[in-house]
Design a protein around this ligand. Sequence first.
Ligand code: MN
Length: 463
Amino acid sequence: MRKNYRDQRLGEEIKKIISQLLQRELKHPALNQGIITISHVKSAQDGSFATVYFTGIGLDEGAVIDGFNQSKGFIRTEIGKAMGLRFTPDLRFKVDETEQYGQHIDELISRVSGGDSGSAAGMTAVSEAGMTANVSVSEIVDLLESYERFLLFPHVSMDGDTLGAAVAICLSLRELGKRAYVVIDEEIPDIIEFIEYKTTISIKEAEALELENYLSILPDSSDVSRIETRGELFSSGKESLCIDHHITGNPTCDYNIILPEVASTCEIVYDILTEADYPMHEEIATALYVGILTDTGRFQYESTRPQTHRIAASLMEKGVDVNRAFNEVYQKLTPSKLFVEKELLEDMEIFADGKAAVGFITRKTLDLYDAKDADTEGMSEKLRSIVGVEVSVFARELADGRIKTSMRSKNYFDVAALAAKYGGGGHIRAAGFTSEKTMEETLSDIKKSIEAGLMGDCGSDPQ
Ligand SMILES: [Mn+2]
């Protein structure tokens, strides 16, 4: 019995992790064509493999299975990391054709078509995109009105959008005389620390508060497992509200507003606070602005809408110091990082007639400059940005000696397909894998593959 229970738990864990990856990291085009729901995961008796059953509306099922298989290496690595497994089961992907299938589909259809998309006038930006929202902006205003106590929970690996949204709601509610706190259990990243505005408390502090009948709010994620250690606190609220812009098939809160067409959660929060006519002073506006700034890559990602700029303009009118925000977020280069970059550029190689660039960083280099792994962030993008380069590879040595590569492409090369050959995965334009080989071997293998790929199977120059 014990074993069965464990297998079941394993299946549940895997389901949760893949569902989460589907919302964020898995950007394989076949996995983004509709709403894919992982219905259940069955783990084999001996734990050697697990079968992942999925459902969804309007899916090209064959393509979804291919997409999953191509991303399998990445998915398994993430499962291994999340669960601390020495051996991660192999994964098989199947369409869920059991009786439950019809039920899931009905559920999904009602969620997609039944949501109240008709929010109040003036909410055009949000309501246009509001097909998966199951509560309207004005219903959320009513919900906020009906509570006096609030806890806000930014997701783990905190970013500007989740923190900005939480802080903005918190400050605005406080202006109204309500009690609100942002509960965190990790350090705030340096670059967004300045929008904290004394809103955050620890789990312990939250537990010490008298917070009867509070509303739990989850900004920028619809998956409660993304708040990890704060889960219990979250679920002890009377009700829960999720405000998010990631595609999901599994909203888990009592009230959900999920608008995948919107570039950032902070834009949705802007609409809510505006609709409610709640206070939006300079600090609130700054928190929202930083969320929008970071989630749109400084208004450069294709998710950026005209309305994104209109909201940003309106926030500026409320006093946002855009130059300060820029300096706080983007002018924090450390000497260590720059020295590491110097080493990268010194050994960088451009090959395949200038269409590919490769660079690497060893442990020795990191130690030499007292640099952290995070200091190598953005290096594959840097290599890709070279004129004429279509595909870039950045390899770094992990603390355990393995080699982690990240690959990027510009226009046509499918790096996800290439990564899959090495047991990795990712998106067409951003993918990676981890290798047990030496740095030299890894780089020489990947260079050969890229040269071959540029001529054939991974995509060739359409010209
Ligand atoms: Mn976001």
